[in-house]
Structures are given as C-alpha cells and as structure tokens.
Design a protein around this ligand. Structure first.
Ligand SMILES: Cc1cc2nc3c(=O)[nH]c(=O)nc-3n(C[C@H](O)[C@H](O)[C@H](O)COP(=O)(O)OP(=O)(O)OC[C@H]3O[C@@H](n4cnc5c(N)ncnc54)[C@H](O)[C@@H]3O)c2cc1C
Length: 510
C-alpha cells in the first residue's frame, strides 16, 4: 500500500516517541510546528509516488515479493534501477531541498547484501529475517531512519578503548529471545518523524570490538529510545522562503538498554560482514547523495538565473554572469555525471543487488562535498550583497519605510521590487542562512567525510592495472619509438592489447 504525504503524517500518530526539541518535550510529532518542514519534505517522497507523471520513476517492482513499492524502499536489480533511483532522488530534492527517505533505500540495499553474506558464511537465517522485515516496511510504506554515526568519543581510539563505552552503540546483553543494545548515535536525519531506525555500525570492527558490530531495526518509540533533535529547517520564519516549508531535523538518538527481538537483528557480532555492510551502505548512500545535491543544485541554478533577471542583467550580454552560471552548471552536472557513470558501470553481487560503481560514486560525492562551497559562492556572485543585506520581511509592511524601500530596491523597471526581494530571500535561505550552512555540512560530511571517499577511491581504483599497462608498453619500447597510442581496443599495436576484463551488469547476468 503506497501512502500519500497526508497518510504518512497521520501514520506518525501511531507512535509515541520520546522526543525533545529546543529543550522541550514534543507531545505529538505530527502536530509539532518545529518539525513540520521535515514531515513535509519527507512527504514529497510519498506524494510523488502517487502522481501519475512521477510514478514510473518513483515506484518499482520488488523482485522478492513481486509487489510495486516506493522507489525509496526498493532493492536495485540493474543499472536502470540505479539510474531511476538517482533521478528520483534528484527530483524529490529539487522539490524539497532534501527529502531524506533515500537513506531508507541505501540502508535496505546495504543490509540486504550483508545479511546474504552472513547467511553464506555462517548458515544463519539473518537474510531471511531481513527480507521479512523489508517486505513489512515496503507493504506498510514506512520511512526508516539511518542510525549509523556513533557519538564516537575520542576519534583516535577504537570503540572498545573509549572511556565511555556508550559513545558507540553496542550489544550490552544477549538473551534467548534477542539482544539488548546501549549507546548513542549522534547524527540521525529526520529522527523524530521516522517510523523506525536501522542501527548499523559506522566503521569496520575488529574481533575485539565484535559487540559493536550490531545491525538491527528499532521502532522510533521503543522503550529506552530518546531523541534530542533540532528543528527542521527554519519553521515560522517569514524570511525563510523555502525552509519554513521544507527542511530536515537531525537528532541525537540515545539507546538506553533497548531490547531487540531476534527477528529484528540482522548482525550480532559478525564483524567482517558488518565491515562490508558499512562500505556497501556508504557506496549506495554516496550515489544517492549525488542525486540529492544535484536536486539542490537545480534550485541554485534556478534561483541564480532569477536573480540575474530581477537585477536587470542579461547573461547573453554580460559575459561574467553567464560564466558564473556556466561554472555552477558545470559543477552540478559534473558530479551528477559521476552518478550516471556509477549506475551504468554497476556490478551485481551474490545477493542479486546492483551496486553502483564504487569509484564513480565516491568521486561524485567527493566532488559535491568540496564544490558545495563554490556552488554557494557562485550563487552569491550572480546575486549581489542584497542576499544578506535586505531588511527583514517585517519591513515590507512598515508604513513608514515600505513605500520608499520598494521604490529604490527594485531592479529591472518591469519587475516589482517585491519580486526582487523574494528572489534575494530565497538565495539567502538556500545559501547564507542556517539552512545554507546545513546544506554545506550535509554535503561535506553526510555520507562520510572526504577522507573516507578518498580511501575508497584509492582502494577500488585499478592503479595496479594501469601500472602494468604502462610497464607492458615500456617493454615493447613503444614510448621509445615515440608512437602515439590509440584508445581503440586492439589498435594500439600490430598484435593488439588485452582489454581489461571489467564485470559489468550484463556480464554478471549471463
Ligand atoms: C546534516 C547531516 C546529516 C546527517 N545525517 C546522518 C544520518 O541520517 N545518519 C547517520 O548515521 N549519519 C548522518 N550524518 C553523519 C555523517 O555521516 C558524519 O558527519 C560523517 O560520517 C563524519 O562523522 P563526524 O561528523 O562524527 O565527524 P568526525 O568523525 O569527527 O570527523 C571530523 C574530521 O576528523 C577526521 N577524523 C575523524 N576520525 C579520525 C581518525 N580516527 N583519524 C584521522 N582523522 C579522523 C575526519 O576525516 C574529519 O575530517 C549526517 C551528517 C550531517 C552533517
């Protein structure tokens, strides 16, 4: 059953989570104004799946059940699925800034793969448990938050070496009917208004840290769970053109001896397999982040173009603003192209899940992580200082100043000052407000800090193959002879080179 945004909001009433925002206990998440922009943003994933024009992108058929499910809870089977997911994430984030629910997708795909591995190694029923759980999430169309980033404590020490063991979530007790978990996940997007959490380790664990290698599902209102969250976006702020409507909350989630029955436990100490889970989730998530930030980029490109227009400039006549816009477009479509390449060069693993290519996923995420600041700069460049200097919206209705401000703050003669102010406030909201900062930080650190991506690129890139290739050429003396190399396979010399074997989806399917 696919829910609408309204159904989703209503469904939150079935849960009674222990939530605090700005120091106050939230009695009803569905009715809390400070969380409303987050519920609205997540709701976009629901309404778009029901809209006929978006349905092909926003829904998919789940292979293990044969049912039509929301794309944000689907397990990918091929390149087309990955491309559709990438486009779907871009679509919902273009509308909402960040629609969050793709995290559910990324976790579901990563856990599907890891539990299959656990089953293969240990002969347990972890995979069957997860498939049952997945089908329930899909059938009830639930949103699941990703509780992965632990509080971590002293970053130089492993989990088991921390002064406070609770800085990482861990198994505190094993019982015949399940496990008891304790600890803190420090950054969980949308925490107050998800239905459940998927708890996963945020790093690879050693045998000594096996109790920290835990993956399980916990309802948002399970006994012992406390969520301390920030407001979603900028609720109630009239200057917040965008983020008073759409935004995301992040929460610290504390697990204080939370009991998890076995049918919700997907890893309980299998530290090598949870290492793979962390990596697989990260690859799926970085691929999704590319779509998400491309959607945000669409907003910036549109807002920048509007500002140029209301300022009275014409990009065709004023080359420097056109150049800035082209730079912005180059950045956004440049990292998005990595997402497309990662989808096209997907590989299928033993579980049947299509994995986006790790090198392209990580490069795309790395590009957006560092270039988000250039995206903001370029939006500021074409817009002007008004973005942060414009008097607040209360002045729009001040009889003593409104008229004279409107008279002097207009740009192009045929566009009212109010339209220019509105466009400037939109750019401020997206790039220079708390929301702008949030967008920078989620781009930089969300899905892992840049160093994590660099490690993955180095780990996965076939540097050895490239070195061997060059060595081969040197042995033949091709470089000595000063010959040019052709990029066409088999045409670089008389006998022909061996084209490196790359397992693509099509190969794997054979
Ligand atoms: C807006 C936002 C939303 C997010 N949403 C979620 C979510 O829904 N779920 C979730 O699980 N996570 C979420 N995250 C968390 C995100 O994955 C982390 O921010 C990221 O993994 C970095 O971890 P950290 O913030 O603890 O930074 P830190 O780990 O403290 O890193 C800070 C710096 O220190 C470096 N560093 C850290 N440890 C070491 C070390 N041992 N050796 C050398 N250098 C080190 C890092 O490379 C980095 O440069 C979100 C983050 C943001 C900003």
């Amino acid at each position: 059953m696919l829910m609408s945004a309204a159904d989703y909001r209503e469904s939150l009433r079935r849960y009674k989570p222990r939530v605090f925002v700005n120091g106050q206990r939230v009695e009803s998440v569905a009715d809390e104004p400070l969380l409303a922009p987050g519920i609205a943003a997540t709701g976009v994933c629901y309404d778009f799946a029901l809209a006929p024009e978006h349905r092909p992108l926003m829904t998919a058929r789940q292979a293990t059940s044969g049912k039509i499910v929301n794309r944000m809870v689907h397990i990918n089977e091929n390149s087309t699925d990955l491309l559709n997911k990438l486009e779907a994430v871009r679509l919902v984030c273009r509308e909402s800034g960040c629609a969050m629910r793709y995290l559910t997708h990324d976790a579901a795909n990563g856990i599907f793969q890891a539990t299959k591995q656990i089953e293969a190694t240990f002969g347990t029923d972890h995979h069957a448990r997860f498939v049952n759980y997945l089908h329930r999430i899909q059938d009830e169309d639930l949103t699941v938050g990703v509780a992965m980033t632990d509080a971590k404590g002293d970053r130089s020490k492993r989990p088991g070496m921390q002064a406070n063991r609770d800085s990482y979530v861990h198994i505190a007790e094993r019982r015949p009917d399940g496990i008891v978990i304790r600890g803190t996940k420090a950054i969980v997007t949308a925490a107050p208004y998800v239905h459940e959490f998927l708890v996963m380790p945020c790093r690879t664990m050693t045998a000594e840290d096996a109790d920290f290698a835990v993956c399980c599902a916990v309802p948002v209102d399970a006994e012992g769970v406390t969520i301390v969250a920030r407001p979603a976006g900028r609720p109630g702020e009239t200057a917040a053109k965008f983020s008073s409507k759409y935004g995301q909350s992040t929460g610290v989630v504390m697990f204080d001896d939370v009991f998890v029955p076995w049918d919700r436990v997907f890893a309980d100490g299998q530290h090598e397999e949870t290492g793979q889970l962390t990596t697989n989730y990260a690859t799926h998530h970085r691929h999704s982040c590319i779509g998400a930030r491309a959607g945000f980029g669409d907003l910036l490109i549109g807002a920048g173009a509007l500002m140029i227009e209301v300022n009275g400039l014409d990009p065709d006549k004023h080359g420097h603003v056109r150049e800035a816009m082209v730079d912005l477009i180059k950045i956004v479509e440049g990292f998005f192209a990595c997402g497309v390449a990662a989808s096209v060069y997907a590989v299928k693993d033993a579980s049947g899940t299509a994995m986006p290519d790790a090198v392209f996923s990580n490069i795309g995420k790395l590009l957006l992580a560092t270039q988000i600041y250039d995206m903001h700069r370029l939006a500021h460049y074409v817009s002007g200082g008004l973005v942060v200097a414009l008097p607040g919206p209360d002045e729009d209705h001040n009889p003593e100043t409104a008229g004279s401000l409107a008279a002097v703050l207009a740009g192009r003669a045929d566009i009212p000052a109010a339209s220019r102010m509105e466009a400037a406030r939109l750019v401020e909201d997206l790039t220079a407000s708390h929301t702008g900062g949030w967008m920078s930080l989620i781009s930089l650190h969300g899905g892992g800090s840049p160093e994590a991506m660099k490690r993955e690129i180095w780990r996965n890139y076939p540097v050895g193959e490239k070195a061997a290739m060059v060595e081969k050429l040197l042995d033949r003396g091709i470089l000595d002879e000063g010959q040019r190399l052709s990029k066409q396979p088999g045409r670089c010399c008389a006998t022909g080179c061996e084209v490196p074997k790359v397992t693509r989806l099509e190969d794997a399917a054979e």
